[in-house]
Each structure stands twice: as C-alpha cells, then as structure tokens.
Design a protein around this ligand. Structure first.
Ligand SMILES: NC(=O)c1ccc[n+]([C@@H]2O[C@H](COP(=O)([O-])OP(=O)(O)OC[C@H]3O[C@@H](n4cnc5c(N)ncnc54)[C@H](O)[C@@H]3O)[C@@H](O)[C@H]2O)c1
Ligand SMILES: O=C(O)C1=N[C@H](C(=O)O)CCC1
Length: 250
C-alpha cells in the first residue's frame, strides 16, 4: 500500500519538531516537506503533499489553510485562535473544494479529549464550574484553545440541561480576578516556567467538589492524535472540529 504523503508547517516549533519526528517514524507515512516561517507554500504542491499538519501561530494559520484548501491538500490543524468568524471563513473555502478535509483539534492528547468529555458530562450536575489552564510561559495565546473549548462544551451542556446560572456574589475586586468569561464559565490562565500543558476543571455542589485534571508532560502526548488525524482526514471531507469525532466519542 502506498504511504501517505505528509508535510509539516511550523516544523521548527516546539510541537512541529515533534510532529516531524512522529511522521518520519510512522510506517504508513512519508514526510515530503517540513516548512518553517518564510518558506514557500508552493513547495507543498511540488512535493505532492496529500496532508499538511499545521502547527504554526494564530496569525499564520488562516493563510496557510486557504492555500491548502485551494490546492485540495487535506489539513490536520493544532494551531489555536479559532473564532466563529474564522470557522465560517474556512467553511466558505471548503465549500469550493468539497473533497478536501480539515481537522481542527484544540488538543490532540487523549487525556485532554477525555477531560473535555468528562467535564461536559459532569457540568449539569454541579452548581459551579470553573476551568484553570496552566501552560509554559512561551505560549502566545490565553486562554488556551483547549480551555476555551472545554468552557464552551460545559456551557452548552448546562444550557441543554436547563442549569441555573452559576452562583457568584462578587460585586467588587480587581479586573481579571475572576478570570475570562467564556459563555458564562470562568476560565483562568496560569503561565509558569517548568510547565507544558495542564488543565483542571473544578466542579462544586452542596458539600462536595469534583476536580478533573489532565497533564501533558511532553509533546509526545499529542503525537498519536496527530497521526490518527492524518489517517482519518483523507477520507473525511469538510470541517471536523475536535479529535473526539475520530475517536467515536460523539
Ligand atoms: N492542538 C494541540 O494538541 C496543540 C498542542 C501543542 C501546541 N498547540 C498549538 O500549536 C501552535 C504552535 O505551538 P508551539 O508551542 O509549537 O509554538 P512555537 O512558537 O514553538 O512554533 C510555531 C512555529 O511556527 C512557525 N511559523 C510561524 N508562521 C509560520 C508560517 N506562516 N509558516 C510556517 N511556519 C510558521 C514559527 O516560526 C515557529 O517555529 C500554537 O497555536 C499552540 O497553541 C496545539
Ligand atoms: O503549548 C501550547 O501552546 C498548547 N496549546 C494548545 C491549547 O492552546 O490548548 C494545546 C495544549 C498545548
């Protein structure tokens, strides 16, 4: 069977460099390009890339995906910074290239995907839910894409269940002390040397709390998810948001 022809964008970055090694080590894949900032995107076409793994920056990702979709190259995207407007723009590009697939995963690690699922299930059963994400201090965006998605899933689950608004008597204090408000869920971002990527979902009810915590200790934690995404995206046209859809978690 022929190997999947894969390229990595952001190949010199923290996760991109790990992805280059993972693709090289995968028996069913061939690394055909490893591009960094300033390299020509036409190289992807010349190299015959079937799938691009996009691990750059929120400022670069839209331009890169526009190129890939216009050239019918599937994409597996880990880069953060997704808004409804950006997703709508990407869907418009995909409508003109209906056989192309794009997977955007806020987090490729199985533990983080399960954290999001568990939080979504638990959220309606507790009065209070807050998200704390903790990352290395070189991260450019806050809150993390994972925390934003987690809060959105929690908020949607609570809305579906008809949950009451969360109790919070705060009327005075410093700006930012209660975190960012994502669909009514407070999200707190810690940046600390020594950390990589961590998240806690804190749930509280009468006389009890539940804490769901996940820790990515090395960038290798994201690689099985990226490789799964590469294998699945070639037969999944259109936009898929979240690795859970390729894990059959719903
Ligand atoms: N989804 C996940 O599981 C996951 C996991 C880790 C990181 N991330 C995300 O991936 C992104 C990268 O994270 P990082 O820690 O590796 O950052 P990084 O700064 O170490 O790497 C980004 C790399 O992209 C390069 N780059 C920028 N613009 C480019 C362009 N137009 N073309 C090619 N390369 C370009 C930069 O020069 C840099 O080398 C961030 O958005 C981060 O949040 C996602
Ligand atoms: O290191 C990062 O940057 C990470 N970004 C993603 C996010 O913002 O959720 C995933 C975890 C690591």
């Amino acid at each position: 069977m022929s190997k999947l022809r894969v390229a990595v964008l952001g190949a010199k970055g923290r996760i991109g460099a790990e992805a280059v090694r993972a693709v090289e080590a995968a028996e069913d894949m061939e690394l055909v390009a490893a591009l960094g900032r300033g390299d020509k995107l036409e190289t992807l076409v010349d190299a015959g890339a079937q799938v691009v793994v996009e691990l750059t920056t929120p400022a670069s990702v839209m331009g890169n995906l526009d190129f890939c979709v216009r050239h019918g190259i599937h994409a597996v995207v880990g880069t953060t910074g997704w808004t409804d407007e950006r997703l709508a723009q990407l869907n418009t590009s995909l409508a003109a290239s209906p056989e192309t697939g794009v997977l955007i995963a806020p987090n490729f690690s199985i533990g983080a995907v399960l954290t999001m699922k568990f939080a979504e299930v638990a959220a309606p059963y507790f009065e209070s839910v807050e998200v704390v994400e903790l990352h290395h201090p070189n991260k450019v965006d806050a809150p993390s894409g994972t925390a934003t998605r987690t809060a959105q899933l929690i908020a949607a689950a609570r809305e579906r269940a008809g949950s009451a608004p969360q109790p919070d008597a705060t009327v005075t204090g410093l700006d930012g002390a209660r975190g960012a408000n994502v669909d009514g869920v407070p999200v707190h971002a810690v940046r600390l040397r020594g950390l990589l990527a961590h998240q806690e979902v804190l749930l509280g009810g009468e006389g009890e709390t539940l804490t769901i915590r996940h820790d990515s200790l090395h960038h290798s934690s994201f690689m099985p998810g990226i490789l799964l995404g590469v294998r699945r995206v070639v037969t999944t046209p259109g936009l898929t948001f979240g690795l859970e859809h390729f894990l059959d978690l719903g």
